[in-house]
Ligand binder design. Structure first.
Ligand code: 13P
Length: 252
């Protein structure tokens, strides 16, 4: 059985005080939920303080990015070693905003995936197609390429720390979510791909989250799909009540 995961990607939002306030509101609202793995990903500058507030709660901490080398002359970067040091359990990599705005390649994302595996940190590995790619029937090729290159050289054992997030770029921050059927179709394809690259056991155990305009009003339908194992939530994770409602989803 795959334990569902609901993760909030706060992106570049919430100052230190705001982050502490938000997480303090989320904690009581989800405290009774033991069925879902709950994750929040604040900005780097809030990680340490948020980690203190989360201590003893059922919420885990994630970072939004990392650099693949452990330490050295890499001005401005933060590595898995340092993220582990402040209490992170997971790191998000491969987000389309990093691919598109910062020009991150599949090879660079793969270096991060391997560094995270070496550091024993969990990875939330994002993939997804643009609207143009979907409309020109390239979606499956794009997803295959991103998965093959992004997870290259990760062992079967290391895959147990990897969560895949399918985030169609056209659905991110647009209010247009993938339909339940579109999400299921992509997730089933990704699971089949993991089976092909690894084995049926890894495919069965790997969680695949959906991301892109997940809201309280659409989470229940998405979570009812057999291959949707959770959600990576952007905008709606910035409001405690909305995030808590998503965490406490109901299967319809
Ligand atoms: P939105 O939920 O705001 O569409 O963002 C999704 C996302 O990019 C999560 O990583």
């Amino acid at each position: 059985m795959r334990k569902p995961m609901i993760a909030g990607n706060w992106k570049l939002h919430k100052t230190l005080d705001e982050a502490c306030g938000l997480v303090s509101e989320i904690i009581p609202a989800v405290a009774s939920n033991q069925d879902v793995e709950i994750v929040v990903a604040p900005v780097f500058t809030a990680l340490s303080k948020v980690a203190e507030i989360l201590s003893g709660s059922n919420i885990k901490l994630a970072a939004q990015n990392c650099y693949p080398e452990p330490q050295g002359a890499f001005t401005g970067e933060v590595s898995p070693l340092f993220l582990k040091d402040v209490g992170c359990h997971y790191v998000i990599i491969g987000h389309s905003e990093r691919r598109q705005i910062f020009g991150e390649t599949n090879d660079f994302i793969n270096a991060k995936a391997r560094a995270l595996a070496d550091a024993g940190l969990g990875t939330i590995f994002c993939i997804g197609e643009t609207l143009e790619e979907r409309e020109s029937d390239q979606m499956f090729d794009v997803l295959r390429h991103q998965v093959r290159l992004g997870l290259k050289n990760l062992s079967t054992e290391q895959m147990s720390n990897v969560v895949i997030a399918y985030e169609p770029i056209w659905a991110i921050g647009t209010g247009v979510t993938a339909s339940d059927e579109q999400a299921q179709e992509a997730h089933a394809f990704i699971r089949a791909l993991v089976k092909e690259l690894y084995n049926p056991k890894v495919a069965d155990a790997t969680r695949i989250l959906y991301g892109g305009s997940v809201k309280p009003g659409n989470v229940d339908g998405l979570m009812t799909q057999p291959d949707v194992d959770g959600a990576l939530v952007g905008g709606a994770s910035l409001k405690a009540a909305d995030f808590a409602r998503i965490v406490n989803f109901e299967k319809v």
